[in-house]
Ligand binder design. Structure first.
Ligand SMILES: C[S@@+](CC[C@H](N)C(=O)[O-])C[C@H]1O[C@@H](n2cnc3c(N)ncnc32)[C@H](O)[C@@H]1O
Length: 260
């Protein structure tokens, strides 16, 4: 099983897959334990995937795709001392560290204890403890803020759309400038392949992936009263064969919905 693999297989396709619907609720207080347990159980895979250790096959392709996606997301955040970012669902801290190296002040929040501990260790080892604070827990309850930017990379994949929208509206309340997040895009091709169910050996299927139609998701999100004053900015899709992720930038326009 590859932890970062975005598979077109819908949730529940195999016993090795934590179903998104059953995982739904992390971030809303309903059933946060399932997602935490899933990632906690696979923490070594994630730590390795986000390290410099060699990986092969599907994992290498996923790593390359994630690296490209992180690069895009980071390019959407202006660098500079004192700028603040919440890295919601920071995993072992790979992207938090990349942001800190660009001078950003980062709050990372991770629900899986082993991954949060790994992120802390990496921050210490990099000598960046002054710039990155890691909390263990549900990112929706992240302490501190507001932040100028909230980054949610490859986390919403695991939530059904209604839960993802609730999480995003919550983060919007606490973001001054932008929300940057990725979605698992549902495409016609992937739907067909997913339906055929031939793509991946069982061990390589991702957990809890809920692909969405991006346009429809964004319409629904922006129709939420909590998103008043926000607009879609840049978008970018990475498709590397085994990693499919669609990045969205939402920017505060200043009109309406201002955080108090
Ligand atoms: C696919 S990993 C991505 C990690 C990191 N964002 C990255 O791209 O390297 C998703 C992470 O989100 C975490 N996560 C999921 N729901 C969360 C929540 N509500 N609060 C905090 N962390 C969460 C998981 O434990 C997992 O480590």
């Amino acid at each position: 099983m590859d932890p970062a693999l975005t598979s077109p297989r819908s949730a529940g396709a195999s016993a090795d897959v934590t179903s998104a619907s059953s995982a739904a609720g992390a971030g809303t207080g309903a059933r946060p334990g399932r997602i935490r347990d899933y990632f906690e159980g696979r923490a070594p895979n994630w730590i390795r995937l986000t390290s410099d250790e060699p990986v092969s096959g599907v994992r290498r392709i996923v790593r390359e795709g994630r690296d490209a996606m992180a690069g895009t997301l980071l390019s959407w955040i202006p660098g500079g001392e004192g700028r603040s970012v919440l890295d919601a669902g920071c995993g072992p801290g790979e992207v938090s560290l990349r942001m800190a190296r660009r001078g950003l002040t980062v709050t990372g929040v991770e629900i899986a204890p082993t991954l949060a501990a790994s992120a802390r260790e990496r921050v210490e080892a990099a000598g960046l403890a002054g710039r990155v604070t890691i909390h263990e827990g549900d990112a929706s309850d992240a302490p501190g803020g507001p932040w100028q930017h909230v980054l949610i990379m490859d986390v919403l994949f695991h939530y059904p759309p209604g839960e993802a929208i609730r999480m995003l509206t919550g983060f919007a309340e606490r973001a001054d400038e932008s929300l940057l997040f990725t979605l698992a895009p549902r495409t016609v091709l992937l739907s067909v392949l997913g339906g055929v169910g031939v793509l991946f050996p069982r061990r390589d299927r991702a957990p809890a992936i809920r692909p969405v139609r991006v346009g429809r998701f964004l319409e629904r999100l922006l129709a939420d009263p909590g998103m008043s004053g926000w607009a879609v900015g840049r978008q970018h899709r990475v498709s590397t064969g085994f990693y499919f992720s669609h990045a969205v930038e939402l920017r505060r326009t200043g009109a309406g919905g201002r955080r108090t």
